[in-house]
Design a protein around this ligand. Structure first.
Ligand SMILES: C[S@@+](CC[C@H](N)C(=O)[O-])C[C@H]1O[C@@H](n2cnc3c(N)ncnc32)[C@H](O)[C@@H]1O
Length: 272
C-alpha cells in the first residue's frame, strides 16, 4: 500500500463507508477503490477534490502534505513546567457531578494539551482517550499519567482530520474548538454527536469573537488565520440535545505577560 491508498482506506473506515458506498458517492466502480487501497492504482488527479470532500478531509492530507505536525504549542510545552498547570478545568468537576464515575464511562478529551484534565478524569475512574496535535504536550501528558499511575489512551491527531471510530459517553474539550475551520464545523459536530452513546454528554467551551474585546496580544499568526466563532454558534450545533449548562463568560487572562480579556461560550448538553 502507498500513502494515498492507506489514507483513503483508513479514512473510509473511520467514516463508516464500505468500498461500495464510497464508490457510489464518487460515481465510480468499487474495484477502483479496492485497487487504490491495495496500492495497485492511484486515483485520477481530477477526482482528488471530490474524494477529499466525501471523506471530509483535504487534498493535502490525501497526498500526505499535512501541515499539522507543529503548532506554536510545541514550543510552549517544551519547558519543564506545565504551561496550563495541573489543576483541572471547572468543566471536569461538572462532568463528575452529572456523570459520577460509578460506571466505566468512556471519555474523549479533544485537544488535551499536557493532559491535566484527561489525567484528572482517569484518576477518578473514567476510561479516557485523549488527543492533541502537539507531541511535546502529549509527552508531558503521558508523564503525568505515569506519575499518577493511571492509563490514558493518548495519541496525536488534528481536530481537522479526526473522526472517532468508537462511541463515547462523555466528550470534553477546553480551549481548542476555535481550531476547527468554519467549513468543517457542521460535519465535525454531526459525527461527534453520532459517536456518542444515548444519554452521553458533551462538555465544551469555545473562544468567541466580540467587537468590544481586542485580540489577545500573544495570539500567534496561526491562530489569527482560523475562522472566528460567534456567540451562540456552538449551541446551534446542539439544538436537538438537552442543555445542562449554556453560558457566556468574560474572563481576564495574562498569557504572554500582558493582561487581556477573553470571551467564551460554555455548553454542557446531553444526547436524548
Ligand atoms: C489552549 S490549549 C488547551 C489545552 C487543554 N485542553 C487544556 O485546557 O489544558 C489549546 C490546545 O489545542 C491544541 N491544538 C491546536 N491545534 C490543534 C489541532 N489542529 N488539532 C488538535 N489539537 C490542536 C494545542 O496543541 C493545545 O494543546
Amino acid at each position: 500500500m502507498n500513502h494515498i491508498g492507506e489514507f483513503i482506506a483508513r479514512r473510509r473506515k473511520e467514516m463508516g463507508y464500505t468500498q461500495q458506498k464510497l464508490a457510489e458517492r464518487l460515481n465510480i466502480s468499487f474495484q477502483a477503490i479496492s485497487k487504490w487501497e491495495v496500492g495497485n492504482m492511484l486515483p485520477d488527479i481530477q477526482l482528488l477534490p471530490q474524494i477529499a470532500a466525501v471523506l471530509n478531509t483535504s487534498v493535502d492530507a490525501i497526498l500526505g502534505h499535512t501541515h499539522v505536525s507543529r503548532t506554536h504549542y510545541e514550543e510552549k510545552y517544551r519547558g519543564e513546567a506545565y504551561y496550563w498547570g495541573i489543576v483541572p478545568n471547572k468543566l471536569c468537576h461538572e462532568i463528575m457531578k452529572l456523570r459520577p464515575p460509578i460506571e466505566p464511562y468512556r471519555v474523549l478529551d479533544i485537544g488535551c494539551g499536557e493532559g491535566k484534565d484527561a489525567v484528572f478524569l482517569a484518576k477518578n475512574g473514567y476510561e479516557v482517550t485523549a488527543f492533541d496535535i502537539a507531541e511535546t504536550g502529549l509527552d508531558k501528558a503521558k508523564k503525568l499519567a505515569e506519575y499518577h499511575h493511571v492509563k490514558v489512551d493518548f495519541f496525536k491527531a488534528d481536530i481537522n482530520e479526526y473522526v472517532p471510530n468508537i462511541p463515547f459517553d462523555i466528550i470534553y474539550s477546553s480551549g481548542v474548538l476555535h481550531y476547527i475551520s468554519a467549513k468543517r464545523r457542521a460535519l465535525f459536530f454531526e459525527v461527534l454527536k453520532a459517536n456518542t452513546s444515548v444519554n452521553g454528554i458533551h462538555a465544551l467551551n469555545v473562544f468567541v469573537k466580540k467587537p468590544f474585546i481586542s485580540e489577545a496580544p500573544d495570539l500567534e499568526d496561526a491562530e489569527k488565520q482560523v475562522d472566528p466563532w460567534h456567540s451562540g454558534e456552538l449551541q446551534l450545533y446542539y439544538h436537538d440535545w438537552m442543555f445542562y449548562q449554556n453560558e457566556e463568560i468574560l474572563f481576564d487572562c495574562t498569557s504572554g505577560g500582558t493582561p487581556h480579556k477573553h470571551c467564551m461560550d460554555v455548553l454542557i448538553a446531553e444526547k436524548k
